[in-house]
Write a new protein. Structure first.
Length: 94
């Protein structure tokens, strides 16, 4: 049997509102959505970052974090980015 280690960069939100903000930003470019989260390619993540440079509709803290995370994805050996569902993102109260 052969195995393969995946190269997925995981985003783990700390609250439901943070999860919703990221999901709004990333969902249209995802290639999979399921009970564990949404997944998009690293190139789609980079494209979102590029398109978000001047988008004032994205909350400032999310946009700032997006650029930081994109730099990490850029230098890493990642093929996908996953916005994970967590206990914090499942609840509706922060």
């Amino acid at each position: 049997m052969k195995t393969d280690q995946t190269h997925t960069f995981c985003l783990i939100p700390e609250s439901y509102s943070e999860y919703q903000q990221w999901k709004t930003l990333l969902a249209l470019s995802c290639w999979a959505e399921g009970e564990f989260g949404i997944i998009l390619t690293e190139s789609a993540f980079r494209q979102i970052t590029k398109e978000s440079t001047d988008d004032m509709s994205i909350p400032r803290e999310i946009r700032s974090r997006l650029f930081t995370l994109a730099a990490v994805v850029e230098v890493g050996d990642y093929t996908d980015v996953c916005l994970q569902h967590t206990a914090a993102s499942a609840g509706h109260a922060d």
